[in-house]
Ligand binder design. Structure first.
Ligand code: 6LW
Length: 512
């Protein structure tokens, strides 16, 4: 096998969970404050993955209104950006039904502790968009996982946080009602590092193996294991813990942790986990992504290969090329007002709203896609600009957005007849703008953002988008949007206006 395989899901793809059903592997990720939530990807070869749906795809399923991100001071004055919304789902299959368990983390203003609403959604056809409404179950914590035992009992394992410290807890559940069928029991506290979380249980050869993450999701992240003869424990720690970590190494792929293991049809074990490509100066341009690594089981314990861009794969498998479902990968912010978006062919008409990207709860008029390429270009043309937009104070353009605290954008300001570049990083106290005065209403404005691991360049062209006459308005070192965080870059178009109902048409949005 030649070429780079990892990350298998590039860009903003944390907390992977995988299930194999028939010939297909299905993978799900966290999505935090974006709608639709919990993207699902399918693959037959573990390398090429296609998004086939989202488990949260109707606003009636749940609200993301309280998914604003907290700024948390961590060591050496670093600020971590802890988003709310949909965290670390687990996907499982049982007797013809796919189940996803997940947490909606709700930030309550003025309260030190977030509310964690844990729920189950399910479908009989993962290729459809038909997922049930959430069934909630009682659990104070995050990262629920499901385990179907051979005796017919179903258990939830999760990272429980009734107090300041987390433990791995387990209880029996009725999946149809969410009712707790047993007491919640602490089954493991990890090896002693911070935040034991992301647990998954597997049964092999009479052993219950518990795989968890510890050390926090950034520099300290690691995967540890324990096992027991009984589902309720006691669990003994693996003598080789941590079984996977990049902490303290010079690996390019850092933060490895939050892992899921599974077998292929030849009984070969694999792991998918979080990792982040960190350059030699600390830039984390793509956020936490999904990586694949080989795992081996020696009848006693599991061993994991260090995560590399090119893992050692035994053979090349084949995967059919799936046709992309239109719109399945489009993202909106929180409880989007869907009537503000009209997509016809290559044009997207946005109804401007007065909510800006910085708003912590409401939904700005924004539609985007995850940045998938480390080196790429995204572009769009703003068409049909009207003189009357000046009085409506319309601002419309292209943005690279992580959450309300961090974005970089280039836009047309109809009131001032200017093109503006703006970088905002509240956590790093950065606010920077550059402006070019156009002086008259342009027929159209093309926007472009070129990116590398080190830099975003934001360009515009008022005459054409042929690439001949682009003007670079601003550049951003990607370090300026790198913070310890949960999300990743999403690139899209937006329209902001002080008068309700003004329509703004964009053509040919392309996101790499
Ligand atoms: C997630 C936790 C984690 O719930 O980060 O890396 C949290 N792991 O398991 C947010 O993604």
């Amino acid at each position: 096998m030649s070429g780079t395989v990892n990350p298998i899901i590039p860009g903003f793809a944390p907390d992977p969970s995988v299930v194999k059903v028939g010939d297909w592997f299905y993978l799900i990720n966290s999505s935090f404050h974006f709608f639709p939530g919990l993207p699902i990807y399918a693959s037959k070869d573990l390398i090429s993955w296609q998004q086939i749906g989202n488990a949260i795809n109707r606003q009636a399923q749940l609200s993301l209104a309280k998914s604003d991100a907290n700024l948390v001071l961590v060591d050496k004055g670093k600020v971590m950006i802890a988003s709310g919304g949909l965290y670390a789902p687990t996907i499982r299959y049982h007797q013809g039904t796919f189940y996803v368990v997940c947490t909606n983390v709700i930030h309550l203003p003025g309260k030190e502790k977030d509310l964690t609403e844990n729920f189950i959604v399910s479908t009989d056809n993962i290729w459809s968009d038909i997922w049930t409404d959430p069934i909630y179950f009682e659990f104070v914590g995050i990262d629920p996982s499901l385990f179907f035992d051979e005796d017919g009992k179903t258990y939830i394992q999760g990272s429980a946080a009734p107090g300041p410290y987390t433990t791995i807890n387990l209880f029996e559940v009725d999946l149809n009602t969410g009712a707790k069928l047993s007491e919640e029991k602490v089954i493991w506290r990890g090896t002693g590092d911070i935040y034991p979380e992301g647990p998954h249980l597997y049964k092999c050869n009479g052993w219950y193996y518990l795989l968890i993450a510890e050390g926090g999701t950034h520099e300290g992240h690691m995967v540890t294991m324990a096992r027991s003869r009984h589902v309720l424990g006691p669990y003994e720690s693996c003598p080789n813990n941590p079984v996977l970590t990049a902490r303290g190494t010079a690996e390019y792929i850092q933060y490895t942790g939050h892992c899921e293991i599974f077998q292929d049809e030849k009984k070969q074990w694999w792991g998918t986990c979080i990792g982040a490509r960190i350059d030699d100066q600390g830039r984390c341009t793509m956020g936490r992504e999904t990586f694949l690594t080989r795992v081996a089981w020696d009848n006693e314990w599991f061993t994991f290969e260090q995560v590399k861009l090119k893992p050692s794969l035994l053979e090349t498998r084949s995967s059919p090329n799936l046709t992309a479902k239109p719109g399945v990968d489009c993202l909106y912010i929180r409880d989007a007002v869907m009537s503000n978006y009209r997509v016809t062919g290559t044009s997207v008409t946005l109804t401007a709203s007065s909510v800006d990207l910085s708003h912590p709860e409401l939904s700005p008029t924004f539609i985007g896609k995850r940045q998938r390429q480390l080196h790429g270009t995204s572009s769009v043309v703003l068409q049909g600009i009207e003189e009357s937009w000046g009085s409506a104070k319309i601002l419309a353009g292209l943005a690279c957005y992580k959450e309300e605290h961090r974005y970089v954008r280039i836009y047309y300001d109809a009131g001032k007849l200017e093109v503006v570049f703006e970088l905002v990083n509240v956590a790093k106290k950065i606010a920077r703008t550059e402006k070019h005065v156009l002086g008259k209403v342009p027929p159209s404005v093309a926007f472009r953002v070129d990116y590398t691991e080190k830099e975003y360049r934001l360009l515009y062209s008022v005459e054409s988008n042929t690439g001949q006459d682009w003007t670079c308005l601003g550049t951003v070192d990607t370090f300026d949007v790198t913070n310890p965080d949960f999300t990743g870059p999403v690139i899209g178009i937006y329209a902001l206006g002080q008068t309700a109902g003004v329509q703004v048409r964009f053509e040919s949005l392309k996101v790499d």
